[in-house]
Structures are given as structure tokens and as C-alpha cells.
Design a protein around this ligand. Structure first.
Ligand SMILES: Nc1ncnc2c1ncn2[C@@H]1O[C@H](COP(=O)(O)OP(=O)(O)OP(=O)(O)O)[C@@H](O)[C@H]1O
Ligand SMILES: [Mg+2]
Length: 284
């Protein structure tokens, strides 16, 4: 895409969109690369002049701040403790996006009081007006906390690796998400692949089973290669798209960002908005 094409498609998106697109990045198995994808994708989308907020919603083992080399004094725990507003705990991260740090060791969303839940809902609704894209790193599995955030999203990007255990768990997550049978889009991203062919084979396998047994179509979210620059970047606490912008993994993230902007993976749909979806969920 040329710079002019990109600018005009961004203008079109901005003009036609009244609220942020909310994308939850989730997985069945832990450690497949969600947080790395989320942080680096946030940076690439910011470079395309999108206002991006990344919410680290892994309330048990939050670590997006660590990947960014940040040591923010406040996080979601302070919001839930009513000591800070959500906007006050948001910090500018390397690469220009805003990060709301998670709260390690905090009780699950399911254990919070109704009042606390309402606070999160209202705070998120405010963000929806001021951001173009809200990325939510949900943590792994199908706990009530993870599911509450996938329910709140327009689009769910399920991350897997080619390992059989990760594939099985990714399918389990897709099954639970799709059981609710609403308009959310689900796409699959295969991380840590050796070749595009390997990624394609994993996607086809999951998509076919989902089609045959669940009757749903899972979109192709693309892939990210297994790249030692990712591990080095994690050790350096500097996102790999910044520390190794020309690495194979960085190119994959650029490709993912471009496809997202073009609506190829998670096209924006007019919907009821984050606030209404969250409210619906919490009223259950
Ligand atoms: N594309 C990749 N190439 C090489 N290594 C990778 C890649 N993606 C992830 N990793 C490795 O996997 C580790 C775990 O990644 P990450 O923390 O992003 O996973 P996660 O899914 O967020 O984990 P959790 O479920 O614990 O939140 C990284 O520290 C890195 O070493
Ligand atoms: Mg993580």
C-alpha cells in the first residue's frame, strides 16, 4: 500500500467510525505470544497514526509493561481500589500507544463487586470515545475474566502456535466464544511458525473443524514467524518492532497491522458499543 493509499484508507475509516474498534487478543494455552503480539501490533498501528490503547487485562499475570520497559506506578489495581481513574493510570508507551497496565495477582473480574464492574464499564466507555483502536490482552484460557473481555470486544483474535496442545486449546476457546452466537468476528493468528505453509496448514485445520462441528467461519488472522529477535527483545524489555524493525517477526506484525486497517481480518461493524455490550454481560 502506498503512503497516499494508506492515508486515504485511514481517513475513510476515521470518517465512518464513531467509536473505537475493540479487539481482544486471547488464547487457550498460555505463553503462545499474545502479549508480544499485542504490544508490537499497538506500536505498528500507532505508527499508522491510529490512537491505540492497550489494556492489559490479564489480571493474574500482567506483563505488557515489562515488555515495554515501563515501570508505571499505577495500574488497573489502583482503578479497582478507587484510588485512580482509568485515564490517570494510562501511560505513554514506547512507540506512541497508551498502555493501561494490568494488575498482577489481582482477583478475577468474576470476583469483583457489581460496583467495581460498573466502574470498569464506565471507564472503558470513555476510552471508546477517545481511541481509534482498543486492544485487550486478555490472558489465557476460558476463565470468567477472559470471557468477559472477549464478550466485550467486536473482534477476537485467537493466538495459537503449531503445537498440538496449543491447537487443541485454541479450538476449545473458539468453541466457547462462538457458542454465544452473536455478531463477533473470530480470527486465528498462528505464532512461532517456521514457514507460511506451516501457518496455513494450522489455520486450515482449525477453520475446517470449526466449520464442520460448530458451523462458524474463523477468519485467517495471519501468522508471525518464530524469530530469535523476539526473545532478545523480551530480555531487553524493548518491543521487537523497535529493537529489530527489519526482523522477520516485525515484518509479520506490519503485515498484520496493514490487514487490520484494510478490514481484511476484523472489519469494523456498526454495533452497540463496548459500554452496551459490557453492560449486557454484567447484567446477566
Ligand atoms: N514469534 C516468536 N518467536 C520467538 N519467540 C516467541 C515468539 N512469540 C513469543 N515468543 C516467546 O514466547 C514467550 C511468551 O510470549 P508472551 O509473553 O507474549 O506470551 P503470552 O501468550 O502473552 O503468555 P501468557 O499466556 O503467560 O500471558 C516470549 O517471552 C518469547 O520468548
Ligand atoms: Mg501475556
Amino acid at each position: 500500500m502506498t503512503v497516499i493509499d494508506q492515508a486515504s484508507s485511514l481517513r475513510t475509516l476515521t470518517a465512518s467510525r464513531a467509536r473505537a474498534s475493540v479487539i481482544a487478543i486471547t488464547s487457550g494455552k498460555g505463553g503462545v505470544g499474545k502479549s508480544n503480539i499485542a504490544v508490537n501490533l499497538a506500536i505498528r498501528l500507532s505508527a499508522a497514526r491510529k490512537k491505540v490503547v492497550l489494556l492489559d487485562a490479564d489480571l493474574g499475570l500482567a506483563n505488557a509493561d515489562v515488555l515495554c520497559g515501563l515501570d508505571a506506578p499505577f495500574n488497573l489495581a489502583h482503578v479497582l481500589a478507587r484510588r485512580k481513574e482509568l485515564k490517570q493510570v494510562m501511560c505513554l508507551a514506547p512507540g506512541g500507544f497508551h498502555l493501561i497496565g494490568g494488575a498482577s495477582g489481582l482477583a478475577r473480574m468474576a470476583d469483583l463487586t457489581d460496583f467495581d464492574r460498573q466502574r470498569v464499564i464506565h471507564a472503558m466507555a470513555e476510552l471508546e470515545q477517545s481511541a481509534d483502536i482498543i486492544l485487550i490482552d486478555t490472558g489465557a484460557g476460558i476463565s470468567p475474566n477472559v470471557l468477559s473481555f472477549t464478550r466485550a470486544a467486536d473482534h477476537v483474535l485467537v493466538v495459537t502456535t503449531p503445537e498440538p496442545t496449543a491447537i487443541t486449546d485454541a479450538y476449545a476457546v473458539i468453541k466457547v466464544i462462538c457458542r454465544e452466537n452473536d455478531s463477533r468476528r473470530v480470527s486465528l493468528l498462528v505464532n512461532q511458525v517456521r514457514t507460511s505453509h506451516e501457518a496455513r496448514a494450522v489455520y486450515e485445520r482449525i477453520a475446517q473443524v470449526a466449520r464442520n462441528f460448530l458451523g462458524v467461519s474463523v477468519l485467517d488472522g495471519g501468522y508471525c514467524v518464530l524469530d530469535e529477535h523476539v526473545q532478545t527483545a523480551v530480555r531487553l524489555r524493548r518491543p521487537f518492532v523497535l529493537s529489530a524493525p527489519r526482523s522477520a517477526a516485525s515484518l509479520c506484525i506490519s503485515h498484520l497491522a496493514t490487514r487490520l486497517q484494510r478490514g481484511m481480518i476484523t472489519p469494523h461493524q456498526a454495533g452497540s458499543g463496548f459500554f452496551n455490550r459490557m453492560s449486557r454481560w454484567f447484567r446477566r
